[in-house]
Design a protein around this ligand. Structure first.
Ligand SMILES: NC(=O)c1ccc[n+]([C@@H]2O[C@H](COP(=O)([O-])OP(=O)(O)OC[C@H]3O[C@@H](n4cnc5c(N)ncnc54)[C@H](O)[C@@H]3O)[C@@H](O)[C@H]2O)c1
Length: 404
């Protein structure tokens, strides 16, 4: 099939690469000219395991451009543009602008919105452009985005008429995943409800972690393991730590809360999840100071800047927030991350060993597995806020009483 992909960020480029690997011809469009030049030159635009290999293996199936004219012949067009936060609500400008541009090239394609958009967006797009879009929200996780796109847990697609879904059903059929066909509104809301539920799970275990810290003998990892065996609960998203960050959960929970209020209802449980999440970093630093004293002029080596492991995405990263908080309290912070080599306002080092050696504190802030291979014996104190270090390696962990 001739497939157009509009917006070549984390979702768009992965969708494009996976569909190219299935033999489809991809026309990738992005308004960021620098990104297009890099892609045309065969260079990486994001760090995502396996992505570069997939793109180079299928290079003859890609065309990259910032000109929408190229989409004229596409049979299906995926809109994967950003839907950022604007003062607590969703900013749909990029989605509307992409749809207008598709309309202007006179495309006859099935237009599919993959971006996360609040219920009613498909209707609004129809009102503005006359395009009846299909809603096909994306559930991939950065760091395992290719695996998740090839083996999704489910595919959700919504449209006002079932025949609009035929192309999409064929396109995603190779995944063998269960397909839920429904209305646009349901598809749009399933995405928000899913993210808000997962965010709530994280805040829930973080509050249990706080409780564990008060109880000698308690350890939140063991509690999470015991809970996770229950199929109704499942073990994922029960890792206590600094809370949820990244480009999705913070903005999607806020957008859902605002959207609910606009519809004269409150989603109090999600409001609580957001509220719990908002002071995780501050509480974590309070706890260090309570145990080890003031951080003023202390050399601190923070391991991790990306919002999670196996990505270079730092949007709303809790690790970044942690570095800022430590600096604010007078700490002399250097940060190391396997993928993030520069960050505005942060002293980033490429040498973790020296950073560790010269530190009063090493703080693990992102769950990169390779941090376990670093020699931490030369550090002053070791604090693991992501619970990835082997037992006995840390002087302080989240969710464990200090005297354990
Ligand atoms: N990143 C994730 O893990 C993830 C997972 C599921 C869903 N989503 C959702 O998918 C959407 C995209 O997320 P992302 O992380 O890939 O975003 P991103 O910011 O990495 O990429 C968006 C891209 O869209 C481009 N763009 C913006 N306006 C455009 C326009 N009018 N025409 C063409 N290109 C345009 C930008 O230049 C950018 O390259 C968002 O709605 C997000 O909530 C993201």
């Amino acid at each position: 099939m001739k497939v157009g992909v509009v917006g070549l960020g984390y979702v768009g480029i992965v969708t494009a690469a996976v569909l190219a690997d299935q033999g489809h011809q991809i026309m990738g469009v992005d308004t960021d000219k620098d990104k297009i030049s890099r892609l045309q030159a065969g260079k990486s635009v994001i760090f995502e395991p396996g992505l570069d290999e997939l793109i180079s293996r299928n290079h003859q199936r890609f065309e990259f451009t910032s000109n929408y004219d190229g989409l004229g012949e596409s049979e299906v067009i995926f809109i994967c543009v950003s839907t950022p936060d604007r003062g607590g609500e969703i900013n749909l400008d990029y989605v509307f602008s992409a749809c207008e541009s598709i309309k202007n090239v006179g495309s006859k394609a099935t237009v599919v919105i993959k971006s996360t958009v609040i219920p009613g967006t498909a209707r609004k797009v129809f009102g503005r452009t006359g395009i009846r879009v299909v809603s096909n929200p994306e559930f991939l996780r950065e760091g395992s985005a290719i695996h998740d796109t090839v083996h999704p847990d489910r595919i959700v697609m919504g449209a006002d008429e079932p025949q609009r879904l035929i192309l999409l059903r064929n396109l995603w059929g190779f995944t063998k995943a269960p397909i839920l066909e429904t209305t646009n509104e349901n598809a749009e809301l399933i995405k928000y409800a899913s993210n808000a539920f997962l965010a709530t799970k994280i805040s829930f275990i973080n509050e249990i972690a706080d409780l564990c810290e008060k109880i000698p003998g308690a350890d939140v990892s063991v509690i999470a393991e015991g809970m996770g065996y229950d199929k109704r609960i499942a073990p994922e998203f029960l890792r206590a730590g600094l809370g949820f960050g990244g480009s999705c959960f913070p903005k999607d929970t806020r957008a859902l809360i605002t959207f609910a209020k606009e519809n004269n209802t409150d989603i109090r449980i999600v409001e609580s999840a957001v509220s719990v999440n908002s002071d995780r970093v501050k509480k974590a630093v309070d706890r260090i100071e309570a145990k080890f004293g003031s951080l003023k002029t202390k050399n601190i080596c923070v391991l991790g800047l990306s919002f999670k492991n196996d990505t270079d995405d730092v949007r709303y990263s809790k690790s970044w927030e942690l570095v800022e908080e430590l600096n604010r309290r007078g700490g002399l912070v250097k940060a190391f991350d396997p993928t993030v080599k520069s960050a505005q306002g942060i002293n980033v080092t490429v040498n973790p060993d020296r950073c560790i050696e010269n530190s009063d504190f090493v703080i693990v802030a992102t769950e990169w597995k390779e941090f376990n291979r670093l020699n931490l014996n030369t550090a002053g104190r070791v604090i693991d806020f992501r619970r990835i270090l082997d037992k006995g390696k840390a002087d302080m962990m989240v969710g464990v009483h200090d005297k354990n």
